[in-house]
Design a protein around this ligand. Structure first.
Ligand SMILES: [Zn+2]
Ligand SMILES: [Zn+2]
Length: 126
């Protein structure tokens, strides 16, 4: 039995999904992932990251929007004991968030890593 892909009942997620889908087409958003407390992949839209708590990462699985700090705590998989770190602190999200592995070894890798580093430093205290 084939069923259409289900989306969250909360319709407010859908505009965000559409917006990010459009951003992705223009090339301004890029995919990120973390492997903390279970793995999760998302789409990072730098344009939406205007304050430390701004939801700017969309989970590719549930289309929920998260700030970087809440995204590293978000997962649909149970924690893998081999990769789970003792002393996990979501405040250190910049240590856990990486560009999607699919970019590794491509011409985009350097540029996207640089962009992500800029986002990580955007609101960090110096
Ligand atoms: Zn971890
Ligand atoms: Zn999700």
């Amino acid at each position: 039995l084939l069923r259409p892909r289900t989306f969250p009942q909360n319709g407010s997620f859908l505009p965000g999904k559409n917006t990010l889908a459009q951003l992705k087409e223009t090339g301004s958003a890029f995919e990120v992932e973390h492997e903390c407390l279970g793995k999760c992949q998302g789409l990072f839209a730098p344009q939406f990251y205007l304050a430390p708590d701004d939801p700017c990462i969309q989970c590719l699985e549930c289309y929920g929007m998260f700030s970087p700090q809440t995204f590293v705590m978000h997962s649909h998989r149970s924690p893998d004991k081999r990769t789970c770190h003792w002393g996990f602190e979501s405040a250190k999200w910049h240590c856990y968030l990486h560009i999607n592995q699919k970019y590794l070894g491509t011409s985009e890798e350097r540029e996207l890593k640089h962009l992500l580093e800029e986002m990580k430093e955007k609101f960090s205290e110096k």
